[in-house]
Design a protein around this ligand. Structure first.
Ligand code: GUN
Ligand code: FE
Length: 459
């Protein structure tokens, strides 16, 4: 009965955070979901028209009461789909060794479409079950497997951006996993853009995204060609930017400039560019990124393992940089954006207080760095959506109805609600306490999304 909410008026208890600092509860809200899956109206008790609308929906038989709590669907800005197979592995290695010894050999295996299907079907199902309604994916440099990932997102109802990875620099990329040359990478990328856009039934739910792995893996010719392709095709862009000292220094040694400056010169800093990590960004980089309207995928968990530093989130927000959250599967060992949000808070607290007990408290940390869980909630929803320029992430007219229902009483769940919490404390409890068992339903565009929809497409 609740699998298709299009054309219904929902009576529900919801939380959202359309802007940083604006988290609020929409108690007994009436949400009209249009036939197109887009929210037509949101009304709260006491507002003009609320009683009439509720009575009218009741009379028409379209009123639907949803128990528990609704949250906007979560937006994961940075997922390496092929790396799902090594989640939690080799996290003790430095980034460059982890790439060469684990990641590139694993990604090379996605030449095998069957292998890809088994990983990608499990991943898309798990992400949706965990509340991730929008995901931005790095795939591999294989066309068929990458197209298949896009098909699986479409079939299961996950909003997604799917990128065929481009990487052609022989000094960094091994022979067994490298684009032959810039032309091969550009042709492969262009072909994927066309194929993803032409998937039957794809009304924009799944979009292609231009994906230079990172500057250290790409020749100048490739970066230049991808910049041209982005302009020509009007495509989104994703890459890694100033993640670690090693990656950051690599770019500075080669170009004498920072990652962000180099990406900008190649036309790759756009209004729809997602830059993963950004830990070593300078103030000038942040201003440049804000001017271009690009955004950061803040991957706090992954940064703890590979970046050697904490992303200065508050500083970036203060300079007008758009920011959302990423799991960075498998640089981060959790596929849950709830975990990403929790870690974003913890990392910000450690940046503020500092971590070396031998230093006096006043010299230990960096002031004004911490965020609270409500800010992390904003980043995980509306913040990430803003980076992608997608009309999702909050409950307001004009937004697609992408949402999750939290059931605090679900068997095997991990929530304890006592009933005396303030709205702010209740939201914090939901965000810190929800586990997969508590996520009772997931919708995109008003329709239930999840692995169950796959079985009809791929028995
Ligand atoms: N830099 C280039 N490739 C990768 C990757 O796969 N993961 C992370 N964390 N950083 C990268
Ligand atoms: Fe990454």
């Amino acid at each position: 009965m609740t699998s298709d909410l299009r054309g219904r008026t929902l009576l529900c208890d919801a939380f959202h955070a359309p802007t940083a600092g604006s988290a609020c509860r929409l108690r007994d809200a009436l949400i009209d979901v249009g036939r197109d899956g887009v929210i037509a109206a949101v009304r709260l008790p006491g507002e003009l028209g609320y009683d009439d609308a509720r009575a009218a929906a009741d009379r028409a038989g379209t009123l639907l009461r949803l128990d528990g709590y609704l949250l906007p669907g979560l937006v994961d800005l940075h997922v390496h789909a092929p790396q799902f197979r090594q989640l939690g592995q080799a996290l003790d290695l430095p980034l460059q060794d982890w790439l060469q010894r684990y990641t590139f050999p694993l990604e090379a295996r996605y030449a095998d479409l069957d292998f890809a299907h088994r990983t990608y079907a499990a991943l898309v199902g798990d992400l949706l079950a965990g509340g991730t309604t929008t995901a931005v994916y790095f795939a591999t440099l294989h066309g068929p497997a990458t197209l298949h990932l896009a098909e699986l997102c479409l079939a299961s109802g996950q909003r997604a951006m799917v990128g065929r990875v481009a990487m052609d620099l022989p000094e960094l990329c091994p022979d067994f996993y490298r684009d032959q040359d810039a032309m091969a990478a550009l042709d492969g990328t262009r072909a994927l853009i066309a194929r993803i856009r032409a998937l039957p039934g794809n009304d924009g739910l799944v979009q292609p995204i231009v994906t230079p792995r990172f500057v250290p893996a790409c020749t100048d010719a490739l970066l230049d060609g991808l910049g041209v392709l982005v302009r020509e095709q009007g495509c989104a862009v994703q890459t890694h930017c100033s993640e670690s000292d090693w990656a950051h220094d690599h770019v500075r040694d080669r170009f004498g400039r920072t990652d962000a400056a180099v990406l900008d010169e190649f036309g790759l800093l756009t209004r729809r560019t997602v830059l993963a990590h950004g830990n070593a960004l300078t103030v000038e980089d942040m201003d440049r990124i804000a001017r271009r309207g690009s955004g950061i995928a803040h991957c706090a968990l992954s940064n703890a393992y590979f970046a050697g530093s904490v992303f200065p989130l508050r500083a970036a927000l203060a300079r007008g940089v758009r920011v959302g959250l990423g799991t960075d599967i498998s640089g981060g060992p959790s596929a849950s954006l709830f975990d990403a949000a929790r870690m974003a808070v913890a990392a910000s607290r450690m940046l503020e207080s500092g971590v070396d007990p031998d230093l006096p408290p006043e010299r230990r940390g960096r002031g004004d760095s911490r965020i609270d869980i409500a800010t992390a909630f904003h980043l995980a929803t509306a913040g990430g959506a803003a980076v992608l320029d997608l009309a999702v992430g909050s409950f307001a007219a004009g937004m697609a109805f992408d949402a999750i229902r939290i059931d605090p009483d679900a068997p095997g769940g991990t929530l304890r609600i006592w009933g005396s919490e303030s709205d702010a404390d209740l939201l914090a409890t939901l965000l810190y306490g929800t586990s997969r068992a508590n996520i009772a339903a997931v919708w995109t565009g008003g329709r239930v999304a999840g692995a169950a929809r796959l079985s009809s497409a791929w028995p």
